[in-house]
Design a protein around this ligand. Structure first.
Ligand code: SF4
Length: 93
């Protein structure tokens, strides 16, 4: 009798554990998808910020705080050259 109730208890616990695990996994997938969408939505189009593939004097992406080596930008969409420049350039601190 006790063996049966223990088995049932274990099975219930395992089901609960699996359920919590499944919910956690779904939550993680949702968070990853949500943050990826948020990042895409936040970035400006290169045309909107006047991006060009060459520097503007001593201002260039490689010296901007938004630049992410080797070739992207936290706030501007698409491939960005370290030698490029746009209107929202912000010098690294
Ligand atoms: S100048 Fe700065 S903000 Fe503009 S594209 Fe280059 S890294 Fe991004």
């Amino acid at each position: 009798m006790e063996d049966t109730s223990n088995k049932a208890g274990n099975t219930r616990r395992e089901v609960l554990k699996f359920g919590a695990y499944a919910l956690g996994a779904l939550g993680a997938v949702g968070l990853v998808a949500g943050s990826a969408e948020a990042q895409v939505a936040k970035k400006a189009a290169q045309s909107a910020v006047g991006y060009q593939g060459s520097p503007n004097g001593d201002k260039q992406c490689g010296k901007c705080q938004h630049f992410q080596a080797p070739s992207s930008c936290r706030v501007v969409d698409g491939t960005v050259s370290a030698n490029g420049y746009c209107k929202i350039f912000s010098k690294k601190g």
